[in-house]
Design a protein around this ligand. Structure first.
Ligand code: ADP
Ligand code: MG
Length: 712
């Protein structure tokens, strides 16, 4: 069936059908539905018996172990609240190693002996669930026949209600472990790492003279990039449906050369989607804050206000789900793949990370005079030390097949992990190291030369958009996460390695014995001197940096199979085991799962490429060839014929590569997929994209980049 331009007209049409229309006046604070669907602190205070509420609070505030005897009272209150809000079912939501969230719904209603039903939800049902674990990846921790797995209620992440046009569901965030107690999810290690960091940071704070703080929370604020395209185009592309990215597609005449999209005004339909999803997220207690166009056509960003790492990570999963769901209401599909369009910017997720005390101090806040702020310099130096030591692990923590197309492409940070501090901090650390020069930078103002404009305070250092790990004022921004990723593992890694660095610096303080300020200054200087090779303030995209990084001995792990072994590096295992975040066995299981996921995804992409090439694109090319041959224009026919021949040869090569050699599995199979299947795929695509440029437009069976990216 030939394609016609009219389809594009249909795709560009939409009607404002959003849930946010016709609601009450949202400018009134009392009408804003923030947290309306959350079993929040306020709801708990109102609905729980006083002593139960207090004891539960202690679990949340002080990290005390949960007293199981509270569970019945909490379950009762939760059930009544949920039923009032129309929920008929509940689910223990968890994050298995698939990377997405899993849910199995149970009805509140049990049949009663008299033939009616009764709504039941006990404390045991709240605390513990028992989904069949055999269908989730375990990386060899459990054999398939050993199916038992448990979900355990996480009281530190509030329960909430998910609404659907046909009902509502109570969602209870949970952790997921095997019957033998190994973590089978992303939440458990994250929680363990938060405890580890709190422990180390409190130890440091005591040595630094703070006797007030009792807990330190790591915080995360993710900036989520995504694409929106019309669903008509999406469903016409088997590659998008099956793999989340386009496996074919020639470059459009207009890419993002004009830079007119970034921060441009937001198209009405897209804005309608944004407002609707933000309202839905607000009801779920996700503190969404910022929206804007991103640099690629059809690309956008959403960012919430930061929260503690656990809640922030759960909320991130929810955000991705809600965006995908709401997009469909507007005839759009939300693409979260790291590189949906070749040659066009990919999508990442900036992971803003810091540490804050229960007394309200951000440990990475430099204050007015950072040069005199030893506490700040201490924690900042610990981050530098940790990132340098575990650069490979950090790289591995953001590895997936989608990232292999993005990291090191011309818009994303390279696969080399380095830190950008900014001029002010560079100056302070350099002065501390050399003992020379004034570390202070006087506050300065930027005059704009027009007296009506206010003078602007200047920041301590410019921004460096190319850095994978940048200090941005009062937090570090780990910019290498992929757009589809869970925040949990990268943050687990960050928390653990910084906990280790803080502890090692504390050991140094302990043994120093001198005046505290002098001892701290000495530790900071030492950490800086030993690890400054990881600091880089230039352009990370330049080839020159890659050569320089190599001279410095920094790791440059290009692809996922290159990076994954870092998960089992000695330094990784030592840190993860020391803080009881992940045992060697748990690390091994993750390594296996990720290697397998890579090989499976690569294979799906390769199979999809070969089938699209053979059954969609080749026939189109043959029809076109018949057309030009019939027209008798020999020059055109020769050109078309030779491309068609090249194409069919490339397809045959890919089909051969898609037959896996015997005996390869795990990382070995991942390497095979990378070196044989993905390279054969790339060749097929290359010729396919050339064909797209010569085959008659009405014969080409796929929507083109110029349509998908620009028709909205
Ligand atoms: P930019 O990256 O342009 O500086 P923002 O200043 O808006 O953007 O911050 C980006 C993200 O960083 C937001 O999600 C914000 O909540 C988060 N953020 C700010 N402070 C912290 C912090 N202390 N810890 C973690 N995230 C933070
Ligand atoms: Mg940012």
């Amino acid at each position: 069936m030939a394609r016609f331009r009219q389809q594009n007209v249909a795709a560009a049409q939409w009607s404002p059908n959003g849930g946010s229309l016709g609601t009450v006046d949202l400018t009134q604070a009392k009408n804003y539905p923030f947290g309306d669907d959350v079993f929040s602190l306020a709801v708990q205070r109102q609905r729980l018996p006083k002593d139960v509420f207090k004891r539960l609070q202690r679990t949340l505030d002080e990290g005390e172990a949960l007293d199981a005897s509270l569970a019945d009272a909490v379950a009762l209150a939760m059930k009544e609240w949920a039923l009032e809000r129309g929920a008929t079912h509940y689910t223990h939501m968890f994050q298995p190693l698939t990377g997405s969230t899993a849910e199995k719904h149970d009805s509140f209603y049990d049949p009663d002996s008299d033939g009616t039903t009764l709504a039941e939800f006990s404390g045991t049902e709240l605390i513990q669930g028992e989904p069949d674990a055999s269908s989730f990846p375990t990386g060899g921790v459990r054999a398939t026949f050993e199916a038992r797995g448990y979900t355990a209620w996480d009281p530190t992440s509030p329960a909430f209600i998910l609404e659907n046009p046909n009902g509502a569901l109570l969602c209870i965030p949970t952790a997921f472990a095997s019957w033998t107690g190994e973590a089978l999810d992303y939440k458990i290690p994250l929680l363990r790492s938060m405890e580890a960091l709190s422990h180390s940071a409190i130890r440091a704070l005591r040595l630094l003279g703070d006797d007030q703080a009792n807990r330190v929370f790591t915080t995360v604020g993710p900036e989520q990039e995504y694409f929106l395209i019309d669903e008509q185009f999406y469903f016409e592309r088997p590659d998008l449906v099956t793999t989340g990215r386009t496996l074919f597609g020639a470059q459009p005449a207009k890419g993002h050369e004009l830079d007119d999209h970034y921060f441009g005004s937001i198209p009405e339909r897209v804005l309608a989607f944004m407002m609707d999803s933000e309202l839905e997220l607000a009801r779920l207690g996700v503190p969404v804050k910022t929206r804007h166009n991103e640099v690629a056509p059809g690309q956008y960003e959403l960012a919430p206000v930061f929260e503690n790492s656990n809640v922030g990570s759960d909320h991130q999963q929810l955000t991705m789900q809600v965006m995908k769901r709401v997009a469909r209401r507007y005839g759009l599909v939300c693409l979260l793949h790291e590189k949906p369009f070749a040659g066009v910017n990919g999508s990442g997720k900036h992971n803003n990370w810091s540490m804050g005390t229960d007394t309200g101090h951000n440990l990475l806040e430099p204050g007015e005079t950072p040069a005199d702020n030893l506490n700040f310099l201490f924690f900042c130096a610990a981050v530098i030390k940790a990132v340098n030591k575990h650069q490979g692990l950090l790289r591995a923590s953001v590895a997936n097949i989608g990232q292999d197309h993005r990291l090191g492409a011309n818009e994303a940070p390279p696969a080399i992990v380095s830190i950008f501090l900014g001029a002010d901090l560079d100056k302070i650390f350099e002065a501390m190291e050399s003992g020379e020069g004034d570390p202070h930078t006087p506050a300065s103002f930027l005059g704009l030369g027009a007296s009506v404009l206010p003078p602007l305070p200047m920041h301590g250092g410019d921004r460096n958009r190319t850095s994978p790990f940048a200090f941005t004022g009062n937090k570090f921004e780990f910019r290498a996460l992929g757009s589809s990723m869970s925040l949990a593992f990268p943050n687990t890694v960050l928390n653990t390695i910084v906990a280790e660095a803080i502890d090692e610096m504390c050991d140094g303080l302990d043994s120093n014995g001198a005046d505290v300020a002098e001892a701290v200054a000495a530790e900071v200087k030492k950490a800086y001197s030993e690890n400054k090779q990881v600091l880089f303030s230039g352009d990370n995209y330049e080839d020159e940096w890659h050569a320089e990084a190599k001279r410095r001995g920094l790791k440059n792990l290009h692809t996922t199979p290159d990076a994954l072994p870092e998960v089992l590096a000695d330094t990784t295992v030592a840190a993860m085991e020391k803080y009881e975040v992940l045992s060697r066995r748990e690390l091994e299981s993750r390594f296996e799962v990720w290697a397998e996921q890579y090989a499976i995804s690569a294979n799906i992409e390769a199979e999809t490429t070969s089938s699209m090439a053979r059954t969609m694109l080749l026939p189109a090319a043959l029809r076109h060839l018949a057309l030009v041959e019939a027209a008798g224009v020999e020059g055109l026919a020769t050109q078309a014929r030779s491309l068609v021949e090249e194409f069919s040869a490339a397809i045959v090569d890919l089909e051969k590569a898609n037959i896996h050699p015997d005996g390869r599995e795990g990382l070995d199979l991942a390497l095979y997929a990378r070196d044989h299947q993905l390279t054969a795929m790339a060749k097929v695509r290359l010729v396919g994209d050339r064909l797209e440029k010569i085959v008659a437009d009405d014969l080409w069976p796929l929507p083109k980049y110029s349509e998908m990216l620009f028709i909205k």
